[in-house]
Design a protein around this ligand. Structure first.
Ligand SMILES: [Zn+2]
Length: 337
């Protein structure tokens, strides 16, 4: 790292963990012994009202700033990708969707200035992941890029002309909270009939537990470490091996995802849809049926442009890479204005 290019502290603040790394404007992660330096803390079981998440945030930041990778003088901004709806202009969490106690009260720019002495920029984690994939990953060269992250919930982000589309108060592109069945009853967010009512990891696992109870010999049970607690990974592994119990479940959840992505495509006309998150690791057993199902949900399917559906390229670090790169871009905008 002999050049003087700027670097940022990139942080991904999720519902169960904080992950951090040092990121440059090309979306590269600082490396130690050839490996990207990524520090992660899990904090399962946080108590409401505790400031443990804030403590971990500070600790991870200090560790990275002290790491022998980038000279401290070259680290000039902090970017935070936060699970929740973030008001980007004020740097605050508006709606804490992911239950990260202690984070909803933070004014991130003020907090990071105090802790690290650096300007900070906070955005929704789905927006940060989309920013990274559009600039450095699977969406590079395409415009607009729509990105969906299939994790505990379903996050989304839209990049138009290289910039994040945030909507009126930062809440745009909540693909997990678009309607796939208006008669489907309440979503955990309080809305009605949203994709996440059925597509969130927890919801799928509940459904799998029922299936396993009914068909104890099915491959979903066999492929789960604890058969009574079947996992989404086991579901997709079972489909790969033509399990008749797994097949209709995957078919149903992918139908809902296709409906949501089709609606998004009719409204936004993305050139490409990038799919990331843990579930995207399932590979073609997820992507092939999703591509086949998408056209029927798009406006005027016979004549419409069909966006390509591609797997994300940056893996689990997409959010922190996007957060860091976004912070550098915003800092240079602020300097030139
Ligand atoms: Zn919802």
């Amino acid at each position: 790292m002999s050049d003087k290019s700027p670097w940022a502290l990139g942080l991904d603040i999720g519902g169960t963990k904080i992950v951090g790394g040092l990121v440059n404007a090309q979306g590269e992660l600082a490396r130690v012994n050839g490996k990207p330096l990524v520090i992660k803390y899990e904090y399962d079981g946080l108590v409401e009202g505790s400031n443990r998440a804030q403590e971990l945030l500070v600790r991870i930041g200090q560790q990275l700033l002290a790491a022998p990778t980038v000279p401290p003088a070259q680290i000039c901004a902090v970017g935070l990708g936060v699970a929740g709806i973030v008001d980007f202009t004020r740097g605050r969490v508006v709606i804490d969707s992911a239950n990260v106690p202690g984070m909803e009260e933070i004014d991130f720019p003020v907090f990071c200035a105090e802790q690290f002495g650096l300007p900070a920029y906070a955005d929704n984690d789905g927006n940060c992941a989309a920013y990274a994939e559009a600039h450095f990953g699977a969406g590079r060269g395409c415009d607009p890029v729509f990105c969906a992250t299939l994790g505990a919930g379903v996050g989304g982000g839209l990049i138009v002309g290289g910039e994040i589309y945030r909507g009126f108060f930062g809440s745009a592109m909540e693909i997990g909270h678009t309607v796939v069945n208006y008669q489907g009853g309440p979503c955990p967010c309080g809305g009605t009939g949203h994709l996440e009512k059925w597509f969130a990891t927890e919801a799928i696992e509940r459904r799998l537990a029922q299936a396993v109870q009914e068909y104890p010999g099915c491959l979903i049970a066999q492929y789960s470490a604890i058969p009574q607690q079947p996992t989404v990974e086991a579901l997709f592994a079972a489909v790969r091996d033509d399990d008749p119990v797994a097949q209709p479940i995957v078919d149903d959840i992918l139908e809902m995802l296709a409906a949501a992505l089709g609606t998004a495509s009719s409204l936004l006309a993305p050139e490409v849809i990038v799919i990331g998150g843990g579930m995207a690791q399932a590979g073609e057993v997820l992507f092939a049926p999703l591509r086949a199902k998408l056209p029927k949900y798009i406006a005027y399917p016979s004549g419409a442009y069909l966006p390509a559906i591609v797997p994300a390229a940056l893996g689990p670090e997409a959010t922190l890479i996007g957060a860091g790169a976004l912070a550098l871009a915003e800092r240079s905008k602020a300097k030139s204005s």
